[in-house]
Write a protein of this length. Structure first.
Length: 575
């Protein structure tokens, strides 16, 4: 213990690594029948803001003979200290090395975190390749949104859970438990073990398939879903960190999936079909999580919370319960519709946390391309009522790099922001502050955009420059652009195949870490890694024939390929 404390001396934010938080699980590691490490390939502040991590952590620790502990990516300073002191990375709860666990489960939420996975394995003394890991190492498993195309990671993982893991992870632990001793003593080989685990619905074992950058596994892997959200586990024993995290609040999931049919949205496919939690369950969960944590902000989350069928009932009940407790209420991106005005009035009764909308596109043609359900009249009415309720600023999300996009469509972004700011002046006698976040459209797998090409970074940069020039005369307008090189890399790995495992390894060995963080991102390292492997990354961004075999075709994620093709043809007709 003291040796680890010595390593943390002089490290930035040691609170990331000390554990012992309020409501943390305290189970005896040595006596546990199955030892499970939840690994998150990013900093503690990011990982502890992830609701999925909290859910799985609690589910696993509720199993009597399972000890589940957490492990996050160390910061660059701690990684350096661990290496120089020849120490292994350790879990937060008991400070055990990763090799002491039976299973290490990685949350895969962002393609730009792939090299952090290798950093964790490396710092734990665990070989990267599944082929090199025998019974002396934990099974390395992955889950989360990136498993909608797990092929670029195939060499590093023993298996993936496709879809929602709450039930599948329990089934996997129950299947592993009676096989553990045989696996450890060599009477059951790893291939046999993985074959048995592959019988669980939603489990994909890459090593069971011989894929040569083209033909795909002959079977379909069906994603797992939780059919009834009301009966799904929610972690009311809300774990409270000692340091501020990215989303430092209680998050209550209203719904999974989305009633809307936006063509670009991979998250809709990930969480398809749409399921809702009852208002009674939502309020009960919020009250209990608040009682056990004392948090002063609660977020109601979902892909489109304003489409939750009982939203005003929930907001009214929250106002009755929490207003006098000075608890802030926040919602993520809101769909602009006629219901939003009443919502904003209710939300304004709490501490004001700001309103965020995602028009995604500013012209009717581009919204048609995206399949974005949007009523401009209702949107403007909702904005007016929000300003009248006391809101002073609005955040808007847009995408650029869409098929058939013109300068007129870019002009529309600035024009819509001007109109909204003007509404603020009309209501509040001064222009409203409008913050505009602009990202490049990434044509993701399992959406109808998977057959479209993506503009290169140079083309996206030209569009960003054009918007900056147009916005420069407006002091009340703030534009924020996502790094188009990051978007490029994300697109390559989301649309990639098994050849990219070599690229990830090369980039890691050359120092790539925390690629989602601007201060750490080194695009030149990735360019060199692609060159060294003889792979042109731009190939993955090119337009694809609709009859081509795609690396992710073996996964059943949502509406099938025929449905996506129908939507693809509708976009073509818009042109």
């Amino acid at each position: 213990m003291s040796a680890i404390n010595d390593i943390l001396s002089g490290i930035m934010k040691p609170g990331r690594y000390i554990g012992s938080e309020w409501n943390v699980s305290r189970k005896d590691f040595a006596s546990a029948g199955v030892k499970f490490a939840i690994c998150f390939p990013d900093l503690y502040e990011v990982g502890m803001s992830n609701l999925g991590i909290r859910i799985l952590y609690a589910i696993l620790n509720n199993i009597p003979d399972v000890a589940c502990e957490r492990l996050f990516s160390p910061g660059i300073d701690l990684e350096s200290s661990l290496r120089s002191n020849k120490r292994e990375i350790f879990s937060l709860e008991s400070r055990r090395g990763l090799k002491e666990f039976d299973i290490a489960g990685f949350s895969l939420g962002n393609e730009l975190g792939y090299t952090n996975i290798l950093a964790i394995l490396d710092l734990a003394g665990i070989p990267f390749s599944s082929r090199e890991r025998g019974s002396g190492y934990p099974l390395i498993i992955g889950g989360g949104p990136c498993t909608l195309n797990p092929e670029p990671l195939h060499d590093f993982f023993d298996l993936f859970i496709i879809g929602e893991a709450e039930e599948a992870i329990v089934e996997l632990v129950n299947a592993f438990r009676p096989l553990k001793d045989g696996f450890k003593n060599g009477s059951i080989g790893k291939k046999e073990l993985l074959a048995k685990l592959a019988s669980i619905e939603g489990v994909y074992v890459p090593s069971l398939y011989d894929v040569e950058c083209g033909p795909q596994p002959p079977v379909k892997i069906k994603k797992r879903i939780i059919s009834d959200l009301d009966s799904a586990y929610f972690p009311v024993n809300w774990l409270v960190p000692f340091i501020q995290i990215v989303h430092d609040r209680i998050s209550i999931e209203l719904m999974r999936g989305c009633h809307n049919k936006c063509r670009f949205c991979q998250a809709r496919q990930q969480y398809y079909p749409c399921r809702v939690r009852s208002p009674e369950k939502i309020l009960a969960a919020a009250k209990e999580a608040f009682r056990r944590s004392g948090y002063e902000e609660i977020a109601l989350t979902g892909l489109s919370v304003s489409d939750y069928p009982h939203i005003e009932k929930v907001l009214s009940s929250f106002m009755d319960e929490f207003k006098e407790k000075c608890v802030a209420l926040s919602l993520p991106s809101i769909k602009p519709n006629k219901e939003v005005g009443g919502m904003s009035t209710l939300i304004a009764s709490f501490k004001k946390t700001g309103l965020t909308f995602a028009p995604e596109a500013a012209t009717e043609k581009m919204r048609a391309v995206l399949g974005k359900d949007f009523n401009m009249q209702e949107f403007m009415q909702a904005i007016e009522e929000a300003f009248a309720s006391g809101y002073l600023h609005v955040k808007l999300y847009f995408m650029i790099g869409l098929p058939f996009e013109t300068e007129a469509d870019l002009d529309g972004i600035i024009g819509l922001a001007e109109t909204i700011s003007g509404l603020g002046k009309k209501i509040r006698r001064r222009p409203a502050q409008v913050n505009v976040a602009v990202n490049a459209l990434i044509p993701k797998p399992h959406t109808c955009f998977q057959w479209f090409s993506m503009p290169l970074p140079s083309e996206i940069e030209a569009k960003q420059k054009y918007l900056r020039q147009k916005a420069s005369r407006h002091k009340w307008l703030k534009l924020n652009f996502h790094d188009c090189r990051m978007s490029f890399l994300e697109a390559v790995f989301s649309r990639g195949d098994r050849r990219l495992s070599r690229v990830i390894l090369n980039a890691y060995n050359a120092g790539a870490r925390f690629d989602a963080w601007q201060e750490h991102f080194k695009f030149e390292v990735w360019q060199a890694a692609f060159n060294d492997c003889g792979i042109d990354p731009e190939v993955y961004l090119k337009e694809k024939p609709v009859d081509s075999i795609l690396p992710w075709d073996f996964l059943e994620a949502g509406p099938g390929k025929d449905a996506l093709l129908t939507e693809f043809n509708k976009i073509i007709d818009i042109k």
